[in-house]
Design a protein around this ligand. Structure first.
Ligand code: NAG
Ligand code: NAG
Ligand code: NAG
Length: 313
């Protein structure tokens, strides 16, 4: 076992050295090795509080995508000048990390909302790999996942199982085949799908292309539940917790506001990194050995609370 672990560590080292040698510190995509996949992230101008997630987001992605995948950041020029001066750690990652690829958005895309950017073929043409995992600041990759990214090989589109059945919802995170996305965008039907979201259009286009004889693979509902969490994995119809030790999606997103306290706790216990991106309570009255409910409530701007309110955070 120990020997096996040492072998893995040596292999990781060799791989990192290979990556370092093959790009000599210049984060433009042309100097990159051929990636087997890429996590893609948009850095656009957003409210200031949102930027505070970025350090965690970048490190979380780098820690959980396979070693032969890159992290490609499509950025708006003003983002770099306005934001990075206040986020020095993020700046160091972007400039120095051998697996980070920085790609500046053209002016025509740089002031659009994220969904409009993904709907433009420019980003897909400029993605550095064929397997593209789109990520955003509303979720994280779960390090204790049951499946690995290689379990999803061969699937052309997969998103989160939010009542979407086959394919899944890609509004926060989705994994897709870039060639299939570009084929869909080149089809005359693509523009007929109008104002629909990128992921909705893509799923419809794949179905249509398959009806015409293509054989693209949308994830099955079961596979979407490997990718993202589904409530029924942890909650019975009556709301009680299902103690599912097999739970462990690749991605967790959102505040899980409609999950029970116990089910949400199970998600956070399995994927603790979710806690890092949401505004968290930091008043010592709210956690630790001696929580103080009244002070905690006051720190949140809430009226004084009753004895019954617990503050396990
Ligand atoms: C990085 O590569 C680009 C494109 O090849 C080149 O224009 C630029 O000067 C390089 N920068 C450094 C610091 O080597
Ligand atoms: C993407 O789809 C094309 C066309 O079906 C296929 O040739 C290619 O192998 C796929 N790429 C990945 C990474 O699955
Ligand atoms: C809720 O449902 C589960 C399984 O369906 C069952 O085992 C449990 O007893 C139910 N609990 C209540 C309070 O009805």
């Amino acid at each position: 076992m120990i020997r096996f672990l040492i072998a893995i560590i040596v292999l990781q080292w060799c791989f990192c050295l290979f990556l370092l040698q093959s790009n000599e510190g210049n984060n433009t995509e042309r100097s990159r090795p051929a990636w087997n996949g890429v996590a893609a992230l948009l850095f656009l101008r957003r409210p200031k509080w949102y930027y505070k997630r970025y350090n965690v987001l970048v490190d979380n992605a780098l820690a959980n995508i396979p070693l032969d995948w890159g992290l490609q950041i499509f950025y708006e020029r003003e983002f770099l000048s306005e934001v990075l001066q206040f986020h020095r750690g993020l700046e160091r990652r972007l400039q120095q990390h051998p697996r980070v690829v920085l790609t500046e958005l053209p002016p025509s895309l740089s002031h659009l909302k994220p969904n409009r950017v993904w709907k433009d073929s420019w980003v897909w043409k400029n993605a550095v790999a064929d397997r593209v995992l789109t990520i955003n600041g509303d979720g994280v990759l779960c390090s204790n996942s049951q499946k690995t990214w290689s379990d999803l090989e061969g699937i052309d589109y997969i998103g989160i199982p939010w009542n979407h059945g086959e394919g899944g919802d890609g509004s926060t995170h989705s994994l897709q085949n870039r060639t299939v996305v570009l084929t869909a965008m080149n089809s005359p039907y693509w523009h007929q799908l109008g104002e629909r979201r990128f992921d909705t259009r893509l799923v419809q286009m794949i179905r249509r292309l398959n009806e015409e004889g293509s054989q693209y693979r949308l994830a099955t509902t079961e596979e979407t539940e490997w990718f993202g969490p589904a409530k029924h994995q942890l909650m019975a119809e009556n709301g009680t917790l299902i103690r599912n030790t097999g739970f462990g999606p690749l991605v967790v997103t959102g505040t899980l506001f409609d999950w029970s306290y116990e089910a949400r706790n199970w998600v956070i216990g399995t994927c603790p990194e979710l806690k890092a991106i949401f505004p968290s309570l930091h008043d010592p009255a709210c956690f630790g050995a001696r929580p103080d409910p009244s002070h905690c409530a006051a720190s949140l701007g809430l009226p004084p609370c009753q004895e019954s309110i617990t503050t396990t955070i």
